[in-house]
Design a protein around this ligand. Sequence first.
Ligand code: CMC
Length: 390
Amino acid sequence: TGHTTLDYGFVNTSATKSAITFIDGDQGILRYRGYPIEQLAQNSTYLEVAWLLIYGELPTADELAAFDERIRHHTLLHEDLKRFFSSLPTTAHPMSVLSSATAALSTYYESESDPNNPEHVELNTIRMLAKLPVIAAYAHKKSIGQAFLYPDNSLSFVDNFLKLNFGVLSELYEIDPVMSRALERLLILHEDHEQNASTSTVRLVGSTGANQFSSISAGINALYGPLHGGANEAVLEMLGRIRDSGESVQRFVERVKNKEDGVKLMGFGHRVYKNYDPRAKLVKESADEVLEALGISDPLLDLAKELEELALSDDYFRERRLYPNVDFYTGVIYKAMGFPTRMFTVLFAIGRLPGWLAHWREMQQDPQTKIGRPQQLYVGSPERNYPGAN
Ligand code: CMC
């Protein structure tokens, strides 16, 4: 039709209004509901930021305590759902396990998943926040062949998650406060990023009237790709390959610039940030602090810094305004905490969950929401006759 605009990758098209997150990509600014990301990362908690994103204001102390308490009471997975994990291969990537089990959650709550029923929406918001970390930890345990632990509801959100991942049956698990605070900070940095590919997926699927579990499962699948959340895993693999091959950092950067075999500098570049990603700045600071506090020295961190320095002084990256993004340094920290590489994007998913929930709800509440249905420009054959049909 005459009025269709062609916009590959939605580079110029807004599909919605939103009051949740503000980004100024030229200046490297990120705010959730008006609050600068730097202040939230320094002072807040994952659940407080989740509340802020979902309900629009910071919670009072009582509201936050009640929210936390409610979430702690919904952490259990149905025992049948626990058995679902054993039907998947041990080699399964934890992201595939996460999205499948999230889709499967829907089957337990079908009669309580009406997107137009505010009580259902509220209940399933809590269920998702409570159960996704448990599913994630079970995906981890499954991948290393260890028994699943029950959630320990005496612990905070992050500490419970750490114990579910690193605790071993019959052994006391001691929470390391350095690790706990570092993970909380990283999760906060990931909580929302306006209309990124996975959030847009959640909104698109949700616009059809699909419930929260189905919409978020679709978002997890979108996040899995290496150009999106999968980049944090891809960065560590890239660093490991450079180290193991003995190739110099200079030579690797040359290959990226020559686009040899389509190789990219993973963890660099962003659709919106044409300046240093403010989250990457915070993660980079954390990387040094956390590794030092945990008493770990990782040559991959030095390699990452060398790569960054070289890239930032190179015309190829300068002209294209390519800077490190949030995924560049996170993997080094997750690795120091003891997470296997294949869990990195799962951690991103737990971080992003509040944003997905907030956007799904904002979309549902917006009277202007319509089913998402992009246009196309048809470039195929004009009408023709099936042989013998005319
Ligand atoms: N390494 C080398 N060249 C790059 C890179 C990179 N990481 N990123 C972009 N370019 C080049 C690209 O080849 C193109 O060059 P040319 O003009 O010669 O064709 C130019 O920069 C513009 O890139 P683009 O692909 O048009 O940019 P985009 O906005 O479509 O893509 C991106 C954004 C994030 C997908 C891309 O920068 C990329 O693939 N980065 C690596 C993957 C990554 O780190 N993703 C994580 C994103 S941040 C958080 C998240 O969502 O998970």
